[in-house]
Design a protein around this ligand. Structure first.
Ligand code: AMP
Length: 139
Protein backbone atom coordinates (compact mmCIF):
# COMPACT_ATOMS: atom_id res chain seq x y z
CA UNK A 1 0.00 0.00 0.00
CA UNK A 2 1.15 3.53 -0.84
CA UNK A 3 1.73 6.29 1.68
CA UNK A 4 -1.06 8.87 1.42
CA UNK A 5 0.24 12.37 2.31
CA UNK A 6 -3.29 13.63 3.03
CA UNK A 7 -3.48 11.64 6.31
CA UNK A 8 -4.04 13.68 9.48
CA UNK A 9 -0.59 13.10 10.99
CA UNK A 10 1.08 14.30 7.77
CA UNK A 11 -1.07 17.44 8.12
CA UNK A 12 0.15 17.86 11.72
CA UNK A 13 3.76 17.48 10.53
CA UNK A 14 3.21 20.14 7.86
CA UNK A 15 1.66 22.47 10.47
CA UNK A 16 -1.69 22.46 8.67
CA UNK A 17 -3.54 21.36 11.80
CA UNK A 18 -2.57 21.87 15.45
CA UNK A 19 -1.51 19.32 18.05
CA UNK A 20 -0.65 19.32 21.74
CA UNK A 21 3.07 18.85 21.23
CA UNK A 22 5.23 17.12 23.83
CA UNK A 23 8.52 16.61 22.04
CA UNK A 24 10.14 17.23 18.67
CA UNK A 25 13.54 16.53 17.19
CA UNK A 26 14.97 16.13 13.69
CA UNK A 27 13.37 12.72 13.17
CA UNK A 28 10.29 12.47 15.41
CA UNK A 29 7.31 14.29 16.90
CA UNK A 30 5.29 13.37 20.02
CA UNK A 31 1.87 14.79 20.87
CA UNK A 32 -1.27 14.00 22.86
CA UNK A 33 -3.86 11.64 21.40
CA UNK A 34 -7.05 13.70 21.03
CA UNK A 35 -9.23 10.75 22.04
CA UNK A 36 -7.25 9.41 25.02
CA UNK A 37 -8.02 5.91 26.25
CA UNK A 38 -6.19 6.61 29.53
CA UNK A 39 -4.93 9.85 31.07
CA UNK A 40 -1.69 10.81 29.37
CA UNK A 41 -2.29 8.77 26.20
CA UNK A 42 0.16 10.14 23.66
CA UNK A 43 1.59 9.29 20.26
CA UNK A 44 5.04 9.33 18.70
CA UNK A 45 5.46 9.58 14.92
CA UNK A 46 8.46 9.67 12.60
CA UNK A 47 8.83 12.71 10.35
CA UNK A 48 9.80 10.55 7.39
CA UNK A 49 6.65 9.34 5.60
CA UNK A 50 6.02 5.69 6.51
CA UNK A 51 2.64 4.04 6.37
CA UNK A 52 3.38 1.53 9.11
CA UNK A 53 6.03 -0.59 10.76
CA UNK A 54 6.55 -2.83 7.75
CA UNK A 55 7.49 -0.18 5.18
CA UNK A 56 9.58 1.95 7.56
CA UNK A 57 13.32 2.31 7.19
CA UNK A 58 14.97 0.53 10.18
CA UNK A 59 16.88 3.74 10.92
CA UNK A 60 13.52 5.52 11.26
CA UNK A 61 12.39 2.83 13.70
CA UNK A 62 15.53 3.30 15.78
CA UNK A 63 14.86 7.05 16.15
CA UNK A 64 11.16 6.39 16.77
CA UNK A 65 11.77 3.92 19.60
CA UNK A 66 14.36 6.19 21.19
CA UNK A 67 11.73 8.93 21.38
CA UNK A 68 9.12 6.43 22.60
CA UNK A 69 11.44 5.51 25.48
CA UNK A 70 12.08 9.19 26.37
CA UNK A 71 8.40 10.17 26.27
CA UNK A 72 7.19 6.98 28.00
CA UNK A 73 9.64 7.53 30.86
CA UNK A 74 8.36 11.10 31.31
CA UNK A 75 4.68 10.08 30.95
CA UNK A 76 5.09 7.33 33.59
CA UNK A 77 6.45 9.90 36.05
CA UNK A 78 3.95 12.64 35.10
CA UNK A 79 0.93 10.41 35.67
CA UNK A 80 2.42 8.41 38.51
CA UNK A 81 1.70 5.29 36.45
CA UNK A 82 2.47 1.74 37.57
CA UNK A 83 3.26 0.64 34.02
CA UNK A 84 3.29 1.70 30.41
CA UNK A 85 1.55 0.00 27.53
CA UNK A 86 2.95 0.51 24.03
CA UNK A 87 0.66 -0.17 21.08
CA UNK A 88 1.23 0.00 17.35
CA UNK A 89 -1.25 -1.02 14.63
CA UNK A 90 -0.72 -1.83 10.94
CA UNK A 91 -3.38 -1.66 8.23
CA UNK A 92 -7.13 -1.67 8.75
CA UNK A 93 -7.18 -5.37 9.63
CA UNK A 94 -4.53 -4.65 12.25
CA UNK A 95 -6.58 -1.85 13.81
CA UNK A 96 -4.84 1.10 12.13
CA UNK A 97 -7.02 4.12 11.39
CA UNK A 98 -4.40 6.78 10.61
CA UNK A 99 -2.01 5.64 7.90
CA UNK A 100 1.18 7.34 9.06
CA UNK A 101 3.30 5.15 11.35
CA UNK A 102 2.65 5.93 15.03
CA UNK A 103 3.27 4.39 18.43
CA UNK A 104 0.75 4.77 21.26
CA UNK A 105 2.10 5.38 24.77
CA UNK A 106 -0.46 4.54 27.47
CA UNK A 107 0.41 5.21 31.13
CA UNK A 108 -1.38 2.46 33.10
CA UNK A 109 -2.40 2.36 36.75
CA UNK A 110 -2.99 -0.94 38.55
CA UNK A 111 -6.69 -1.79 38.54
CA UNK A 112 -7.66 1.05 36.16
CA UNK A 113 -8.88 -0.38 32.85
CA UNK A 114 -8.26 1.27 29.50
CA UNK A 115 -11.33 3.02 28.08
CA UNK A 116 -12.59 2.02 24.64
CA UNK A 117 -12.26 4.62 21.87
CA UNK A 118 -14.91 7.25 22.62
CA UNK A 119 -14.89 8.72 19.13
CA UNK A 120 -15.10 12.11 20.87
CA UNK A 121 -12.32 14.64 21.25
CA UNK A 122 -11.12 15.29 24.78
CA UNK A 123 -11.21 18.74 26.30
CA UNK A 124 -8.37 20.75 24.78
CA UNK A 125 -7.47 22.47 28.05
CA UNK A 126 -7.02 19.08 29.71
CA UNK A 127 -4.90 17.85 26.79
CA UNK A 128 -2.73 20.98 26.97
CA UNK A 129 -2.28 20.47 30.71
CA UNK A 130 -1.38 16.80 30.24
CA UNK A 131 1.16 17.71 27.56
CA UNK A 132 2.77 20.23 29.89
CA UNK A 133 2.88 17.67 32.75
CA UNK A 134 4.84 15.28 30.48
CA UNK A 135 7.05 18.13 29.21
CA UNK A 136 7.91 19.09 32.79
CA UNK A 137 9.24 15.58 33.41
CA UNK A 138 11.56 15.86 30.39
CA UNK A 139 13.31 19.01 31.62
P1 AMP B 1 -4.69 3.90 15.23
O1 AMP B 1 -4.45 4.28 13.79
O2 AMP B 1 -5.84 2.98 15.42
O3 AMP B 1 -3.46 3.40 15.91
O4 AMP B 1 -5.13 5.19 16.02
C1 AMP B 1 -4.96 6.51 15.61
C2 AMP B 1 -5.02 7.36 16.85
O5 AMP B 1 -4.88 8.71 16.46
C3 AMP B 1 -6.32 7.27 17.65
O6 AMP B 1 -6.01 6.91 19.00
C4 AMP B 1 -6.93 8.66 17.54
O7 AMP B 1 -7.58 9.04 18.73
C5 AMP B 1 -5.71 9.50 17.27
N1 AMP B 1 -5.96 10.73 16.52
C6 AMP B 1 -6.73 10.90 15.42
N2 AMP B 1 -6.67 12.17 14.99
C7 AMP B 1 -5.81 12.82 15.82
C8 AMP B 1 -5.33 14.16 15.89
N3 AMP B 1 -5.71 15.10 15.04
N4 AMP B 1 -4.46 14.47 16.90
C9 AMP B 1 -4.07 13.54 17.79
N5 AMP B 1 -4.50 12.25 17.77
C10 AMP B 1 -5.36 11.90 16.80
Amino acid sequence: MQYDPTNIFAKILRGEIPCHKIYEDEHTLAFMDVMPQVEGHCLVIPKKPSRGLLDADPAVLAHLMTTVQTVATAAKKAFNADGIQIRQYNEEAGGQTVFHLHVHILPMKSGVPMKPHSGKMADHEALAQHASMILDEMK
